[in-house]
Every structure is written in C-alpha cells, then in structure tokens.
Design a protein around this ligand. Structure first.
Ligand code: AMP
Length: 286
C-alpha cells in the first residue's frame, strides 16, 4: 500500500519550492481550493483530483475578501485539525493553509469584475463576492500553477466566473466541475450546515424540495411565472426559511430567463436564509 505523508505548508515560497521540484514532464498538479470545514462534498473533489493527477494540493483558506457580511466571516466554521485528518486519509500530498497576512500582505489595489455575470443572483445579493473569489483564485493559480483545478456544481455561478477568469486571463489550466453531493434526504452538503440547529436543519430541506417541485412543474409544461407562484407558499412571511431568490438561468451566461428555452443550457438556482444562515443550491435542467 502506498502511504502518503500529508505535508502542511503555510508559506507561498515553500510551496512554490516543493512544487517546482515535483513538476515534471509526466507529472500533473491538481488543485482543490476550499475554505475548510471539510465534508464529503469537498472530499469528492479531492478524490477526483487524486485519480487524475500525480500531485494533489488542497488549499484551506477562509478568504476574507469574498465575504460581504462580517458576521458570516466571523461565524464561518473553522476546524483545521479535523480537516487535516480527513485529507490524510485521502492521501493528499499537500495542504496549503496560509494565514491572512501571507495571502494579503498589503492592501489590494486590483479588482476583477464580470460584467453581467456578477450583477445577478450571488453577485447581486453578495456585492463584491465574485471580486473576492476571483482575486483569491487568481492568487492560488499563480502560486500553485495547477494543471487542473476542481470546483463543485454546488456553487454554479462561481464555476461560470472561474471559467471566464481562466479563459480571459490565459491561466492555461483545465477546470473540472464535480456534481453536488447531498445528504440522503436531499440537503446539499455545505460547511454552513454546521451552524444549523437540528430544527433548522430539517427546515433547510425546503431548498432542495423547492428545486425538485419547480423542476417537476417546469418539465410538466407549466410556465415559469406559474412555477414561481406555486413554490411561494413554501416561504410564507412567518416561515423559518426566508427565500432570497429562485431563478431560472442560462448556465453559460447566468442570464435570468423569464421562460424555459429548450435550446439553452438551463439551471434553477435558489438562495434562502435559515435563521441567520444563508444557503444556496441549484439543479441543472439540461
Ligand atoms: P468551499 O469550502 O465552500 O469554498 O467549497 C470548496 C469547493 O467545494 C467549491 O468548489 C465548492 O463548490 C465545493 N463544494 C462545496 N459543497 C459541495 C457539495 N455539497 N458537493 C460538491 N462540491 C461542493
């Protein structure tokens, strides 16, 4: 059996040095960027990266610039020792776990925008979020120079942003998208689920149930505006779950669609608050 020693690196220069010695004609480096508090969803990305690359780097960094809500940043779950234990079991080669000072040694003077894409859904409800994502992912791509990077369908709009970033800025790497991992009851796995009480966790099921209901209604030929009306009772003003949006989008452009169009790649995207915890989910229709 091949036992891998997990190496935890916190300095950019150290990581660059070790990767330089490992990179070779037949070696590929796979990167899985995360914010830690790892669960089976993250591990699915890690396993795919392990299968497809000779060297796998998992980054763990709760990136402050992508949080528009200071309370969300403060309460974001952090558990490095548990994360490392999980990654060791997966035979990951390197964990890059830098501090804020290492990633942001000075004030940022650069911003990245994605016209159209960052003004809707997550972009609209979390101003500055995709700028922060693009900045940290660009930094990680430059530091690690991966051949392949792995992202979850769970953050579908983020996938579109990253694909555009890679194409427009010639990062020269492949992006792989891994399907959303769910609990058997349908709840999409998320680090933020850790913040839910048992009652809130059962209430949170309404997100995936609403997506299923909307998908079934659309497939049975119901018009999109009627579909939206039909799901509204799931989120009454006194309900425990407050809907932020449910939208039908073109998955390539994230244009919000007013009716289903068979010739487009479409997805349903939802965001809602369960107590103080904001959750997102989506389903790809075509
Ligand atoms: P995060 O730590 O939340 O930034 O997530 C790191 C990566 O894991 C992102 O590419 C996410 O889309 C992905 N991810 C998070 N939750 C899931 C899930 N339930 N299934 C698949 N991928 C996920």
């Amino acid at each position: 059996m091949n036992i891998q020693i997990l190496e935890v690196v916190t300095r950019i220069s150290d990581l660059k040095y070790v990767l330089k010695t490992l990179r070779g004609a037949n070696n590929t480096v796979g990167l899985v960027p995360t914010m830690g508090a790892l669960h089976e969803g993250h591990l699915r990305l890690v396993r795919q990266a392990k299968m497809e690359n000779s060297v796998v780097v998992v980054s763990i960094f709760v990136n402050p610039t992508q949080f528009n809500n200071p309370e969300d940043l403060e309460k974001y779950p952090r558990n490095l020792s548990a994360d490392l234990a999980l990654l060791e079991k997966e035979n990951v080669d390197f964990v890059f776990a830098p501090g804020n000072q290492e990633m942001y040694p000075s004030q940022m003077h650069t911003s990245i925008s994605f016209p159209g894409l960052d003004q809707v859904l997550e972009g609209a409800f979390r101003p500055g979020h995709f700028n922060g994502v693009a900045i940290v992912i660009s930094k990680l791509f430059h530091i690690i120079e991966p051949d392949v990077a792995y992202f979850g369908q769970k953050d579908l709009q983020q996938v579109s942003v990253i694909k555009r970033l890679v194409q427009d800025l010639h990062f020269g790497l492949d992006i792989r998208v891994v399907p959303t991992v769910r609990n058997p009851d349908g709840l999409a796995l998320s680090s933020r689920n850790e913040r839910l009480t048992p009652h809130q966790r059962s209430q949170a099921l309404i997100l995936s149930l609403t997506l299923k209901q909307a998908e079934n209604d659309l497939r049975s030929g119901m018009e999109w505006n009627k579909v939206k009306e039909a799901i509204m009772p799931n989120f009454g003003p006194t309900a425990d779950v407050q809907l932020e949006y449910l939208e039908l989008v073109d998955t390539d452009t994230f244009e919000i669609l007013t009716k289903s169009q068979a010739n487009r790649n479409q997805a349903l995207c939802i965001a809602a608050y369960v107590g103080g915890v904001r959750l997102i989910d989506n389903v790809i229709l075509s």
